[in-house]
Design a protein around this ligand. Structure first.
Ligand SMILES: [Zn+2]
Length: 318
C-alpha cells in the first residue's frame, strides 16, 4: 500500500508502534479526501502485522484489500451508515476474541457524523476496552466529536497532500500526465476529490448528462445576456464535479464563438449558443469569458460557496 504525501505521519506512527506506545484508540483527523481511510488501514497493519506494517505479508495484503477477518470497518458493516440496531449488534460482537492474532481492530470512519445513540453504544465499549480491542477513528471536524470520546483517543493530524503528490498518485494510477496535472490543480492536490471526480466521469452517466444539460442552458442564457438565469443555474449545480463539467462545456462554446467570429472552422460543440455569442459579444468580451472560466476552474474559489462562485463568474462575463 503506497501512501502519497504521508511519509511524515507514517514515520511517526511507525516509530510509536515500534516502541510499543501506540494508543489503543487512535483518531486521524484531516480534510475530506486527504487519505484518512488509507491511513486507518496502515494503523491496522501496524497493530496486526508482525513486521511493523511491512506491506508484503498476507496480513498486510488482507488489510489492504479489506479482507482481514480481524479488521472491521464499522460503518460499512452496519450497511453504509451508523444505524442504531446493527451498531449495537456489532459492538456485542467485539467481545468475541480475534480470529488470527492478538487483536481486533475496529475502524470508525467519519465519527463526527455519529448520532448520540451511536456515541452511547460506542462509549460502553471504549470506556473499558477488552485487551484484544483496538480502535481507529477518522473525522474531519474534531469539534463535533463529544469530549467523552476525545478524552480517550490519541489525535493525529493528517496533512493535506500537495499538488505534486496528487499528480504522482494520478499518474501511477494510469491517468495521463496532462490530465493528472489539470485535475491536481483544479482540486488543489486533494486526491480523494480527484478520484471521486474520475469515478463520476466514468461511472455515473446519468448525472453527467444532467450536468451537460445544465451547461447547455447556461450557455444559452449567457448568449442572451440573461445574467439572472445563468447565475441561478450555476448556483444550483451543487457538486464540484458538475461545476467542472459546466466550465469545460462553456470554455468549448466560447472557443467556438471566437472561431465563428473569425471565419474559422468551429467544432460546433453547441452551435446555437456559439453563433449567438459570436453575434452578441465582442472579441474582447468572449476572451474575458474564457479567461474567467479558466481562472475559476484553476483556483480555490469554488470551495468557498457555490452561490458566490456563480455570482463571481457571471459578474466576470456579463
Ligand atoms: Zn506485514
Amino acid at each position: 500500500m503506497r501512501l502519497y504525501g504521508k511519509d511524515k505521519i507514517c514515520g511517526i506512527l511507525s516509530k510509536t508502534a515500534r516502541q510499543n506506545r501506540l494508543s489503543h484508540a487512535v483518531l486521524l483527523t484531516g480534510k475530506s479526501g486527504v487519505g484518512k481511510k488509507y491511513l486507518a488501514r496502515y494503523v491496522a497493519q501496524l497493530i496486526l502485522c508482525k513486521h511493523n506494517a511491512c506491506g508484503e505479508c498476507a496480513c498486510c495484503k488482507n488489510i489492504e484489500n479489506d479482507t482481514h477477518p480481524d479488521v472491521v470497518f464499522a460503518r460499512k458493516k452496519c450497511g453504509g451508515k451508523y444505524s442504531a440496531e446493527p451498531f449495537r449488534e456489532l459492538m456485542k460482537d467485539a467481545v468475541i476474541l480475534p480470529n488470527n492474532g492478538k487483536f481486533k481492530v475496529y475502524i470508525f470512519e467519519e465519527c463526527d457524523t455519529m448520532t448520540p445513540v451511536i456515541y452511547n453504544a460506542l462509549l460502553k465499549i471504549i470506556e473499558e476496552p477488552a485487551e484484544h480491542l483496538r480502535f481507529v477513528f477518522t473525522c474531519t471536524n474534531t469539534a463535533l466529536v463529544p469530549e467523552t470520546i476525545m478524552s480517550r483517543v490519541t489525535v493525529y493530524e493528517v496533512a493535506d497532500t500537495t499538488v505534486e503528490d496528487c499528480e504522482r498518485y494520478l499518474i501511477d494510477s494510469g491517468v495521463e500526465e496532462q490530465k493528472a496535472k489539470e485535475l491536481s490543480a483544479v482540486f488543489s492536490g486533494n486526491i480523494g476529490e480527484c478520484v471521486n471526480f474520475l469515478n463520476y466521469l466514468s461511472g455515473n452517466e446519468k448525472n453527467k448528462k444532467t450536468a451537460v444539460e445544465t451547461a447547455r442552458k447556461i450557455a444559452s442564457a449567457i448568449a442572451s445576456r440573461d445574467a439572472y438565469s445563468a447565475s441561478a443555474l450555476i448556483s444550483t449545480s451543487a457538486e464540484k464535479s458538475d461545476f467542472y463539467i459546466i466550465l469545460d462545456y462553456l470554455t468549448n462554446v466560447f472557443r467556438d464563438a471566437i472561431a465563428i467570429k473569425h471565419g474559422q472552422t468551429a467544432e460546433y460543440y453547441d452551435k446555437e449558443s456559439a453563433q449567438k455569442i459570436a453575434g452578441n459579444f465582442t472579441d474582447k468580451e468572449i476572451t474575458r469569458m474564457t479567461d474567467t472560466a479558466f481562472e475559476i476552474s484553476s483556483n480555490e474559489i469554488y470551495n468557498i460557496n457555490p452561490a458566490l462562485t456563480a455570482s463571481y463568474f457571471i459578474s466576470g462575463i456579463l
